[in-house]
Design a protein around this ligand. Structure first.
Ligand SMILES: NC(=O)c1ccc[n+]([C@@H]2O[C@H](COP(=O)([O-])OP(=O)(O)OC[C@H]3O[C@@H](n4cnc5c(N)ncnc54)[C@H](OP(=O)(O)O)[C@@H]3O)[C@@H](O)[C@H]2O)c1
Length: 272
């Protein structure tokens, strides 16, 4: 059997590792880690430091058919690494899926955003994502997939762990009452990515829930699911009007069984 070779950059992280676990039984899957030494004895993993190492070396070693970029780290080093990945794409048969973010639209606040809306961000994080997306858009279209994702939840997610710690220590939990978002969880997100790889899909995908919810309401519902807590909230108002941070699909839709709603993301959290 001729299995596809997959390389996940940032496979020791929350999102990257969830993708690794979803794919490793079906594909010849490799990953990178940086500080998380628990992967150091795993033959499928390579140590990679954005600021010190050239990503070429790993690409030449693995010869992946599919590269998934799920990294954090120094912004200019991320840009340089992705420039090198683009060069590699041009001289190989590989494709790149880039984990981008709904933050590429964080300057547009009055409506949710769709795949081909113009990106504009007020944050350095959003601008970094836009810069890498723009590099990808200059590549032949069959080479790249831009996956814009909202906040990712799940029982093991850093966001939920942070909430648990605040609950246990009776610290206030920040909520944004006039922020309207969509959300997702690690399980659905990784199934969606698996589908895109199987079908050789490229282009822009908005991989969040199909519906919207207020940030405050969502966090309150998740906490209710987590158990009998008495949370203290700190309400943060960034504007007077409702503001949207949501990337919804319109053109590149996934099959029904791969869609998720905010309620399903809430229900996914088991009591702790
Ligand atoms: N989590 C979300 O809700 C969310 C939402 C939208 C978009 N995203 C995007 O998804 C991607 C992954 O996010 P995440 O939440 O999974 O982050 P994460 O858990 O912090 O994982 C980041 C990954 O990058 C690696 N890394 C960090 N600094 C590095 C460096 N200098 N050189 C090489 N590798 C380095 C980490 O390695 P070590 O852990 O081994 O050090 C880890 O594998 C990011 O691009 C993020 O923008 C995430």
């Amino acid at each position: 059997m001729n299995k596809k070779k997959i390389l996940i950059l940032g496979a020791s992280g929350f999102v990257g590792n969830a993708i690794y676990k979803e794919l490793c039984s079906y594909f010849d899957t490799y990953g990178t880690y940086f500080t998380n030494r628990s992967f150091s004895s795993n033959q499928q993993f390579f140590r990679y430091d954005l600021q010190e190492d050239d990503v070429f070396q790993i690409l030449e070693k693995v010869h992946p058919d599919v590269i998934i970029s799920s990294l954090r780290g120094d912004f200019s080093a991320q840009i340089q690494a992705h420039q090198h990945i683009m060069e590699y794409l041009m001289r190989s048969k590989a494709k790149l899926y880039f984990i981008s973010s709904a933050n590429v639209f964080d300057a547009y606040s009055k409506f949710p955003s769709y795949e081909y809306d113009k990106t504009l961000s007020e944050s350095v994080y959003g601008r970094l994502k836009i810069k890498i997306e723009n590099m990808m858009m200059r590549m032949p279209s069959e080479k790249t997939g831009i996956l814009r994702i909202p906040m990712v939840f799940g029982n093991a997610s850093p966001r939920i762990r942070e909430i648990k710690t605040s609950l246990e220590q009776h610290e206030p939990i920040e909520v944004f009452p006039n922020l309207i978002i969509n959300v997702t969880n690690d399980d659905k997100l990784t199934q969606q990515i698996h589908y895109l790889i199987n079908r050789n899909k490229t282009g822009i995908y908005h991989l969040g829930s199909s519906d919207l919810i207020q940030h405050e309401e969502f966090i309150k519902e998740v906490i209710k699911r987590m158990g009998n807590y008495h949370p203290v909230f700190k309400r943060v108002y960034t504007t007077n009007e409702d503001r949207y941070l949501a990337a919804l699909p319109k053109y590149n839709k996934l099959p029904k069984n791969l869609l998720i709603s905010c309620q399903e993301v809430i229900d996914h959290h088991i009591p702790v």
